[in-house]
Design a protein around this ligand. Structure first.
Ligand code: MRU
Length: 365
């Protein structure tokens, strides 16, 4: 995606310095555009942990580059197998809900096999991490192509009046490597000249919608309106939402979807108002080992300070202010589960399918 006239991915390997991975610092957006260097496994862990980078496909790609950086730390004293499996365990432990992280890290580890040469391990790990980026980019592009058909069909029904799409959190190109998942159909439809408008949930407590989705859509000229998280139900009752498209951090083989906290409530409101509710996801977000999202997906609990405070821009600086009485107890669950029965369909790189075990199995056999 372009920022100004310059093409960016949300993560890339520095062409001039093989010891550096570069990322867009999402903590600073939309107020400052800053690129951060990651030079070690610890740097990758910390960048995921402090949300410099976030979003399921992106943290997967970052984990993959983390294994590459781990190979650069090998010296003559290193027990290579132990070193790499420690790095893998450490990286995967960083955020528990998105399955992409463990998927990508395991994929790189598998590609390394029993190789014992540090140079060859580094080359294989870098190739595997870059390949993951390319796979995720192409997955998102395909998701865009399939999701575009849904938006075009609604546009035809509305005789060209703007299609109103509601989205939650940031499942955009920043969260992926390029295009995004939930946003990919939006970008393609906008590029094709389909009139549309996006309702952007602010997505408390970290406001990824307000900060990141609004930034992305604005940079790409897509009309949008920012709304508080509790506005969606009202808009749906007023016929102001034609379709909901969200991302996924982990989808079970039966079609339950873990996504940013608050997604479930949007799905309930959409179900009650008979509004199509789609989850856009690459197959790297499907956990084929599990069936019951509520029982089996670990929901990340984050620092309560994200709830008791809010961060924003004031007098040239990013500042955080407390919004409740000092000492307030707060709970901060990062994700929730939308049961398959509330989901109209899954938009994947292979096509659109119903959120059922049978359809998912058929699509990914
Ligand atoms: O906590 P975050 O910002 O990493 O949560 C991100 C989301 O919930 C996204 O919707 C999800 O990762 C899908 S990404 C394409």
């Amino acid at each position: 995606m372009k920022i100004g006239n310059q093409y960016y991915q949300s993560i890339w390997a520095d062409e001039n310095d093989p010891a550096v991975i570069r990322v867009i610092n999402q903590q600073k957006l939309p107020f400052f555009f800053e690129i951060k260097e990651l030079r070690s496994v610890d740097d990758v862990y910390n960048a995921i942990d402090d949300m410099t980078i976030r979003g399921a496909p992106l943290i997967g790609a970052a984990g993959a580059f983390g294994i590459y950086l781990a190979t650069l730390e090998i010296n003559s004293q290193t027990n290579i197998r132990e070193h790499l499996s420690n790095a893998a365990r450490y990286l995967v432990s960083c955020r528990p809900t998105a399955v992409n992280l463990s998927w990508a890290v395991s994929r790189v580890i598998d590609k390394l096999g029993n190789d014992q040469s540090p140079e060859s391990l580094s080359k294989k790990a870098l190739d595997a991490a870059v390949e993951i980026c390319e796979i995720e980019k192409e997955n998102c592009r395909q998701i865009g192509k399939h999701g575009l058909k849904l938006i075009e069909a609604i546009s035809r029904k509305k005789k060209g009046a703007p299609v109103n799409i509601l989205t939650h959190c940031n499942a955009g190109w920043l969260a992926c490597i390029d295009y995004g998942t939930a946003t990919a159909p939006v970008y393609l439809a906008h590029e094709k000249g389909v009139p549309l408008h996006v309702w952007v949930d602010e997505t408390r407590p970290r406001n990824q919608g307000a900060k990141l989705t609004a930034y992305e859509l604005g940079q790409n000229g897509v009309p949008y309106t920012l709304i508080p998280d509790n506005t969606g139900g009202h808009l749906m009752q007023q016929n102001k939402v034609d379709i909901v498209i969200v991302g996924s951090d982990r989808t079970t083989k039966t079609g339950d979807v873990a996504n940013k906290i608050g997604t479930y409530l949007k799905a309930l409101a959409a179900f009650d108002n008979k509004i199509p509710f789609y989850c856009a996801l690459p197959s790297s977000s499907i956990d084929f080992r599990i069936s019951d999202g509520v029982k089996e997906i670990v929901i990340e609990e984050r620092n309560p300070e994200e709830v008791t405070s809010v961060s924003g821009f004031d007098s040239g600086e990013i500042r955080s202010v407390r919004i409740c009485p000092e000492g307030t107890n707060a709970a901060n669950f990062g994700f929730d589960i939308t049961p398959a029965r509330l989901i109209t369909g899954l938009i994947t790189e292979k096509g659109i399918c119903r959120a059922t075990e049978k359809d998912i199995k058929e699509m990914f056999s």
